[in-house]
Design a protein around this ligand. Sequence first.
Ligand code: EPU
Length: 430
Amino acid sequence: MEQYAIKGGNPLVGEVEIGGAKNAALPILAASVMTDETVYIDNMPDVRDINVLLSAMSGIGVMVKRTSRHSVTLNAANISNLVVEDENIKKIRASYYLIGALLGKYKHAEVVLPGGCDIGCRAIDQHIKGFKALGAEVIIEHGLIKTKAERLVGSHIFMDVSSVGATINVMMAAAMAEGMTTIENAAKEPHVVDLANFLNSMGANIKGAGTDVIRIKGVEKLHGTEYTIIPDQIEAGTFMFAAAVTKGDVTVKNVIPKHLESISAKLLEIGCEIEEADDCLRVVASKPLMHTHVKTLPYPGFPTDMQPQITVALALSKGTSIVTESIFENRFKYVDELTRMGASIKVEGNTAIIDGVQRYTGASISAPDLRAGAALVMAALSAEGFSVVDDIHYIERGYEDFHLKLQNLGAQIELVNTERELQKFKLKIG
Ligand code: EPU
């Protein structure tokens, strides 16, 4: 079983290249089935969730050709099946993007109900409401969401919650509906904008992405395109907080600083220095960290996908901090693991009350989900002594070469498969 073996204590120093955004790449790949022409996608991250989606797409007849580690050509002219039942696809949340994409183009899709990280109840009522508003029938049967429509007709849809997934799914289906669709209370995340830009580059007519009202004028046909995915906001934010936690000096390269504003603002509040250039940000943590409060919110607020990472930093900050999770109700499961490393955190409902401690101590810990897994690695990197992190398959869902990028910044971390390899690492590091 793969684990990370870590000896903490080294400040992270240097530069790290940030990859393409997983949560933009997933819907963009799905949307590429909406044309019979060839689509070329660049800056695609080589992470597990992407590979699972690509394999499910191959399974329904999409021609998928990896032209390099980070680029892919797709052609969906010969799709043979509108039922997506791939065994692995139910493990990833983004499986449901194939519903909006296939429904938009073929007016029919059947896809296994999505899984993804266990971070709380992850309803899909807003997706269903959107599809129905466009005229589709939707039923859930034998673990599949089945949607069908004679024709899709533009509609006015008010989302009850700001949902990234529902906004994206309805936007895809509406791109090929007849007439105008308006999505109100739409999600504004950078990946929603990236998908809209991608669809527009295929000939769609989508306006307002990035605001809370998106207007989509349906078109009959979409064409091939070449597209480069935006940098990953959360991968960048994770390395920025890793600099803070290890008292390091890290420059994240190939980022869009605007997407990182809420993250930079919190780093400044807790006492880090930030230098910004066109496409990079440097985080220097030379002073003791200070406490603050934070509440996760839809974009442009502080992202829920950065909540475990900031908690790991605040648990090492002087004073009492409060972290409120307002998006997913089950996103503090990692706190028990952090407590075993010496953190002093009390969770009450969706709030964590944190009394900063001086240091963490190494321990054997398990990643409960993707982002919390990365945050626990950060804690281990700053801890005194050895740690072993289990269940790192969660981390591999969304971080490419995580341990290699950390090694390049001076971290003592290794991917080990056996007890023998673990002992070898311990002997080597001393
Ligand atoms: N919600 C509903 N009904 C719906 C859809 C969502 O009530 O039909 C609620 C959810 O229960 C949640 C809130 O709305 O409380 C927001 O959920 P959203 O739909 O925005 O989340 P998602 O699309 O399932 C994506 C990312 C998550 C990220 C969230 C929030 C992907 C594949 N996943 O999930 O990313 O946390 O948006 O920004 O894009 C991750 O990458 O680690 C990850 C979990």
